[in-house]
Design a protein around this ligand. Structure first.
Ligand code: GLA
Length: 336
């Protein structure tokens, strides 16, 4: 009898310890969830905004969020190691180089971590987009088309003739989501009657203001006789860089029409007393890219709810007159 009791007791203790062991590992409440939000260019306004909204999501649901800048491959992979060491179960990431996608997926699988890609879609070893990893990005070609249409409309409003206008286009074709933007604008402009031979592109080294300025200076040096310019590019920073290059060469704002793509950096241009060549901005949504990606990753970790594989977000045009309202609609009042 004694032996029976003690073995029953031992079984109960064993079962109890199993349960408590499982409980430690099992995620039962939002507070057990920890996710990372890794971005390639933390100094850029867009990524700061994504982090702000991701944090709002973490505060709303009560999970833990770790925000990490990952400007190169080494920092990216060690950030994933650190997240795992701290017990994180997943992360949202905008990688510094889309070719790192397979390495990220491999490491995450080793650690059983969920991966959600934002902004820049992973590229596989064969060069094709990795469509099996959940992704939220811009409907980039449509946004480019909006930019092209708006540039054309403003050209007509100013009474510019297509033969006297050229386009200054800093490009970054190695990254699909940004190539689609400049290609989309070019397609729309040429379809509307802009002269294809007057579109001048120059590759940027990076996606920032100095790179936009350098690329524009190459174009302006090569085509010094042009007096009226339109400017479009991959993001706000690149367009602002090109506008600064034009100002440096003495172009007046009335001879330049620049349209950016972003959500904050261009506000500084609109806030200046006098208009600059930065005429408008196709406003994209860091709330969707920050809050929603964090939310989808959190629910994936908590309940196993698989996020949609491909989510595309739209843009809305803003200029000096309406940008405050557009910013409010996008939840960006704090930047005004
Ligand atoms: C890319 C660009 C960023 C921003 C995002 C938006 O990552 O580098 O500047 O435009 O796309 O998705």
């Amino acid at each position: 009898m004694k032996a029976v009791l003690s073995s029953a007791l031992a079984a109960a203790i064993f079962a109890g310890s199993m349960t408590s062991c499982t409980q430690v590992k099992k995620i039962t409440s939002p507070a057990d969830v920890k996710i990372g939000f890794l971005v390639k260019q933390p100094e850029e306004q867009w990524f700061q905004n994504e982090w702000t909204f991701a944090q709002q999501c973490a505060d709303k649901y009560g999970f833990k969020l770790q925000k990490i800048g990952v400007p190169d491959g080494e920092k990216l992979l060690s950030a994933i190691d650190n997240l795992h060491a701290q017990g994180a179960q997943g992360f949202v990431v905008c990688v510094p180089d889309v070719k790192l996608g397979p390495a990220v997926v491999k490491k995450a699988a080793e650690y059983s971590m969920k991966v959600f890609t934002v902004d820049d879609q992973f590229v596989g070893p064969d060069g094709s987009l990795m469509t099996d990893v959940p992704y939220m990005g811009l409907s980039a070609r449509n946004i480019g088309k909006q930019v092209g249409g708006e540039l054309w409309a403003e050209m007509l409003k100013r009474g510019w003739k297509p033969e006297e206008v050229a386009a200054c286009v800093p490009t970054y074709d190695v990254l699909n989501t940004v190539k689609q933007r400049t290609d989309g604008a070019t397609d729309t402009l040429t379809a509307l009657g802009f002269k294809k031979e007057n579109i001048f592109t120059s590759a940027e080294k990076a996606l920032d203001v100095p790179s936009g300025m350098d690329a524009a200076n190459v174009i302006l040096t090569q085509h010094a006789k042009i007096e009226k310019w339109i400017v479009y590019s991959v993001n706000d920073e690149s367009v602002i860089g090109a506008i600064r290059a034009m100002e440096g060469r003495g172009f007046a704002a009335e001879n330049v029409i620049g349209i950016g793509i972003g959500a904050g950096q261009g506000f500084n241009e609109f806030k200046k007393d006098k208009p600059t060549g930065y005429f408008a901005c196709c406003m994209i949504s860091p709330k969707r890219h920050g809050f929603e990606t964090a939310e989808l990753t959190f629910k994936w970790v908590l309940n196993g709810a698989m996020p949609p594989l491909d989510t595309r977000t739209a843009g809305v045009m803003a200029n000096r007159e309406n940008f405050k309202q557009v910013a409010k609609d996008l939840g960006l009042e704090s930047l005004l």
